[in-house]
Ligand binder design. Sequence first.
Ligand code: SF4
Length: 301
Amino acid sequence: MEHYTALSPYLKRRFGCKVYKLSLSAGCTCPNRDGTLGTRGCIFCSGSGEFAASGSASIPEQLEQAKYILGKKAQGAKFIAYFQDFTNTYGAVSRLEPLFLAAMEPDDVVALSIATRPDCLPEDILRMLARLRAKKPVFVELGLQTIHDNTAQYIRRGYPLSVFDDAVQKLHVLEIEVIAHQILGLPGETAEMMAETTRHLGSVHVDGVKLHLLHILRGTDLAREYADGRIQMLELDAYIDILEQCLAVLPPDVVIHRLTGDGAKRDLIAPLWSADKKRVLSAIQKRFEQDGVMQGSALRG
Ligand code: SF4
């Protein structure tokens, strides 16, 4: 039984074969780091994704590197070119557009995915995204993390919820799909608060959701707070309880891109149980079966 709309089978249905993401870098920074909004970044952010290819390489070279990392799995598969690290629309259109075009040009690249912030989507960037969308499907990933103001301030997100809602609406007008990131386990949030965030994502009709477990990563300000004993981490069982509550309030057509975290293992301080991803996913699956979890079950009737 499918307990939720999982990404991998969804992509297979949509594109007719196995689809993998190739992580690329556009060499952007972030307004939360370069001094525009702040210099220390979001409190949990270590800067870049684990698998981003070398940003100094050309896009064709980065695509090849990322395929090489996938190994045999890449044979006969299709790909999503995924600009993952930092804020990938934070730059001039004249620099970014050629990079995105190069990434989506190969025949085996079926879509483009761009991770960014909702406050970094000015009109000229939106027009660029519309041009890219005319070629292949475009996904924009937005790291909302929470709808709650106090938590947003604590994590130093740097924009209000209204900016996110507005961005989702503008992107949808351009037929660009939106994937929202939510972190579960942020300090001060109850399970009900987390489910409220997920419910909101459903109500603004995001197309996909990445549910991340809060990770403490080396070198972040959150790591300092953790070392001072100010942060409680979730245990696996409690995390699955929260996942179940969140999935219950999310419409079944929203694709679940992630059910755990994706922190760089070499930098992971806590919770260490999350490093064994296979074990975590198998525990989630087992509990979903036991509890008869169905995405959107709390929205029926
Ligand atoms: S999480 Fe994203 S928005 Fe926040 S500092 Fe890191 S790159 Fe910037």
